[in-house]
Design a protein around this ligand. Structure first.
Ligand code: NAD
Length: 473
């Protein structure tokens, strides 16, 4: 909490929930049940540092909802981790999964450490110990609770988790499904690494393809030529910048925690990452201008602003200076409810986190299904589809007495690889969710913003699943 943020992150999620609940017909008790965090596990465990000292580590796992099991949600390594934050993020996971029709309850984990201050060996010990604490309390498992990467973690940590879990549960045939975001060799799925950034791109592209929405924002249709600013060049931010640039948008600004850079002619995220690796900073990138503060990037003139770092970065204080016409919330909770009020007054369209960054959990769902089925996507149908396509094509060529070009032939005959199926499943999910939320908003003009429409969608889906169980008459 701070002067700009007078209440906690969890409270701000509750406020957004309450704002939307008014547009649903559910009983107050049902709404209270949906909002509550079902289980909170707070733990402390000792770790021996490389210098021989003992440090007590603070960590959490929260299961927000069990209306569907397993629970699902990332594990965050950050100095800022606290119980309130993990509860807020777990709640967002419940709503996110509901919106994109992924059959999980929301969960989230956090370890209060700055990973940059620990050696790889220390991080491995912390991750493995955290996993064994979760096993002891039955807080992890393919049918119980399935973590994934989040801020400060990646496939390396997920590999340590699956290895620890499997060694504690020998013979459990589905143990690979205890965590997602794993490396391919440990049961991961192709397409998971880029999934969240790609999902953000698909969601914003769909919004940009809606003529009435673009007319309202005073923007032309489509992604091409749109100016983009991205805050945070980690997994999500990097892939967002990449997909927007590859589809003709111009990434004019990038921000990292050490500073921000601007170039009206466009920045290439890969070159900036290489420059950062070489110099230790994104600043002084050739051809770009350094901004005075990293937060200045949020106030740059652009069509689409993508906060992809941490929560509460756009609040009542700086929201009036935001000049973007669309905000794509790639991070979880980057805009506070006060910022939402400012956006509503200024006509800025904020595309909300709880569905926009659902690409990660959607592909995590695909990974989990792959682990339970023990077969790679495409293995059964790739060759069959290619043979069938070859046959159809040769029949058509024979009947029409025309030959297609080699390029077209390769494209038509191609049977789906795992990555093709994952990307197309993700695209379908993001397009459907965008349309569903926009429809809810259009059907009820009283709904003030897209976030509220997204919450209405989530509340109705979770409440319906309780109602179908007969828990709520
Ligand atoms: P990450 O650790 O890979 O990257 C985050 C980046 O933000 C880092 O490079 C960090 O240095 C930078 N950063 C930190 N503070 C900053 C600041 N003040 N200004 C500019 N940059 C700053 O994390 P990630 O996985 O990319 O996650 C980013 C956000 O996306 C988080 O809110 C996370 O919860 C959310 N998210 C991630 C996923 C996923 O699949 N990884 C899925 C859904 C949501």
């Amino acid at each position: 909490m701070s002067a700009q943020q007078p209440y906690s992150f969890f409270h701000s999620v509750e406020r957004s929930f309450d704002k939307a609940a008014k547009f649903t017909h559910w009983d107050l008790g049902i709404l209270e049940q949906i909002k509550a965090c079902n289980s909170v596990y707070q733990m402390r465990f000792p770790v021996k540092r490389d210098d021989g000292s003992i440090e007590v580590i603070e960590a959490y796992r929260v299961q927000h909802s069990h209306h569907k099991t397993p629970c699902k949600g990332g594990i965050r390594f950050s100095d800022e981790v606290n119980q309130d934050e993990v509860m807020a993020l777990a709640s967002l996971m419940t709503y996110k999964c509901a919106i994109v029709n992924v059959p999980f309850g929301g969960g989230k984990g956090g370890i209060k450490i700055n990973p940059r201050k620990y050696s790889v060996y220390e991080l491995e010990k912390i991750t493995r110990r955290y996993t064994s604490e979760l096993v002891k309390k039955n807080f992890i498992g393919p049918g119980i609770d399935v973590p994934a990467p989040d801020y400060g973690t990646g496939s390396r940590e997920m590999a340590w988790i699956v290895d620890t879990y499997s060694s504690l549960k020998p013979g459990e045939i589905d143990s690979a499904g205890c965590v997602t975001g794993k490396p391919l060799t440990q049961g991961g799925v192709r397409g998971r690494t880029e999934a969240t950034g790609m999902g953000v791109f698909f969601g914003i592209r769909e919004v940009c393809n809606m003529p009435e929405v673009m007319a309202k924002q005073g923007l032309s249709l489509g992604i091409e030529g749109k100016t983009i600013v991205v805050q945070g060049l980690g997994n999500v931010g990097y892939h967002c910048a990449k997909f927007f640039r590859e589809h003709g948008a111009i990434v004019v600004g990038l921000a990292e925690y050490e500073g921000a850079i601007y170039n009206a002619n466009g920045l290439n995220e890969e070159e900036v990452v290489q420059h950062r690796k070489a110099t230790g900073s994104i600043l002084n990138f050739p051809g770009a201008t350094n901004l005075a503060k990293n937060t200045d990037a949020l106030e740059l003139q652009c069509d689409i602003l993508i906060p992809a770092a941490l929560e509460n970065v756009i609040n009542g204080e700086n929201a009036p200076r935001v000049k973007a016409k669309i905000i794509g919330e790639a991070a979880n909770g980057p805009c506070t409810p006060e910022a939402d009020d400012v956006f509503a007054q200024k006509g800025i369209l904020c595309v909300p986190d709880m569905y926009l960054n659902a690409g990660g959990v959607t592909v995590s769902y695909f990974e989990w299904l792959k682990n339970l089925s023990h077969v790679r996507y495409g293995r059964m149908e790739k060759r069959f589809t290619e043979n069938m396509n070859t046959h159809i094509l040769s029949q058509m060529e024979e009947l029409s007495s025309k030959k297609v070009s080699e390029k077209e032939r390769t494209f038509i005959m191609h049977g789906p690889e795992e990555v093709d199926l994952v990307h197309s499943g993700l695209e379908e999910t993001m397009i459907s969710a965008t349309r569903e939320i926009m429809q809810i908003w259009q059907d009820n003009p009283e709904i003030p913003d897209m976030r509220t429409a997204a919450y209405v969608s989530a509340i109705n889906k979770v409440a319906n699943s309780y109602a179908e169980l007969g828990i709520f008459p």
